[in-house]
Structures are given as C-alpha cells and as structure tokens.
Design a protein around this ligand. Structure first.
Ligand code: GRF
Length: 200
C-alpha cells in the first residue's frame, strides 16, 4: 500500500515505519511526506531517504488546520497515489475535507492509553496525574481530538521516579513497534487503491 505521512516534528515514528518497510515487516511504500512546519526534522529524514516532501501552508494559524489547506493536502495525497494516510506527530486537527477524501484511511498514534489523556503532552498528563500505567494507542482519525475507533494499544508502566521525559521515552519504544505493525494489519483490511471519487 502507498503511505502518505503527515508530521510536525522529529519523525521518529516515520523512521520506525521506514525501518519496518526496509526489513520487510511492512509491505508498503512511503510516497509523500507533508509537514505544516518547514523546520521539522521529519522533512529532513524523508529527503535523506529520497521521499518527496511538501510543506502544508496554514498561513498565520498556529494550531488551526484551515479548510483550504486540508483540501490542498488531500489533493497532494491523491496526486501521489496514497492509499493510507499516517499521522506521525502531526499537531493539527484533521476535519471533513481531508477525512472525506480518505474514509477509514487515516491513522494516528497517540502517546497514552486512550480514552485517557487525549490532547497535547499526554505523557506529562499521566505523570502529573500519578498514573501507574500508560502506553500508546493507534486509532482511526475522526473529527474529534484523539477520539476515533481504537485499532491497537501497548502498555508501559509509569515508574515512581519517572519524569515526563523518561515516560515519553519508554512510550516511544512501544510506539515504534506498534505503529508499523498496526499499519500492516489495517492495510490488509483495505483495497490497496482508493475507490474512485463517489465510489464505495
Ligand atoms: C509521538 O509521541 C506521537 O505519539 C505523538 O507525537 C509524537 C511524535 O513523535 N502524536 P515523532 O515525531 O514520531 O518522533
């Protein structure tokens, strides 16, 4: 299946996806990487691996994902022949224009055991809350914030002397295993090509 990746940051999850493809644990190809942050390291990682990149122009909006930008993103993904979209540290909320273009074909990885701790800095929320366990969740993206149907989860302990940073590290190890595996499982349930516009 052809993957399109959306990310705003370091792209360590995309790296894990690339590694799983290289070791033939995931039968896929990353055909395009888009970022709303021109300085994001994920773009550099993609370029180093010869993967085409695009900047998503969100104008002056710092957190919103303007409709026009979503339509343009959908257009770019379609043009690249993407069959499955993977959010990997993408920091804006995806809404109708993009969701409708890729029904059941947008995944996200979130650093908590959803529905616990949605939103930003979930690892910090877990530490502050005194949780004894956390983890990560791969889910289908819907209009809400980290609310879509859950596909897979992995658990990690929260240790008494954990900081937000040490917990995040432990969670990321699990993310890097869980995301490629869940992408493979979900892709196996989909037709490799998106049905034509208006089709089912
Ligand atoms: C991950 O912890 C992911 O769960 C969250 O953002 C972080 C992205 O990290 N959505 P990276 O850019 O993949 O390194």
């Amino acid at each position: 299946i052809s993957l399109g990746i959306l990310g705003s940051g370091s792209g360590s999850n995309m790296q894990a996806i690339m590694d799983a493809i290289a070791s033939e644990q995931l039968n896929a190809r990353i055909v395009i990487v888009l970022s709303d942050n021109p300085d994001a390291y994920i773009l550099e990682r993609a370029a180093k691996n010869g993967i085409p990149t695009r900047i998503i122009d969100c104008g002056d909006y710092r957190t919103r994902f303007p409709e026009e930008a979503q339509r343009e993103t959908a257009r770019q993904l379609k043009e690249a022949g993407v069959g499955l979209v993977c959010l990997a540290g993408f920091m804006r909320l995806v809404k109708a224009p993009l969701l409708e273009a890729f029904p059941s074909r947008i995944l996200n990885i979130h650093p908590s055991l959803l529905p616990a701790y949605p939103g930003m800095m979930a690892w910090e929320q877990a530490v502050t809350d005194g949780a004894t366990e956390s983890g990560c969740t791969v889910h289908l993206v819907d209009e809400g914030m980290d609310t879509g149907p859950i596909l897979a989860q992995a658990r990690v302990p929260v240790l008494p002397d954990d900081t937000a940073a040490t917990l995040h590290q432990r969670i990321q190890v699990e993310e890097h295993r869980l995301y490629p595996e869940t992408i493979a499982n979900h892709a196996a349930t989909l037709e490799p090509q998106l049905p034509p516009e208006g089709g089912r």
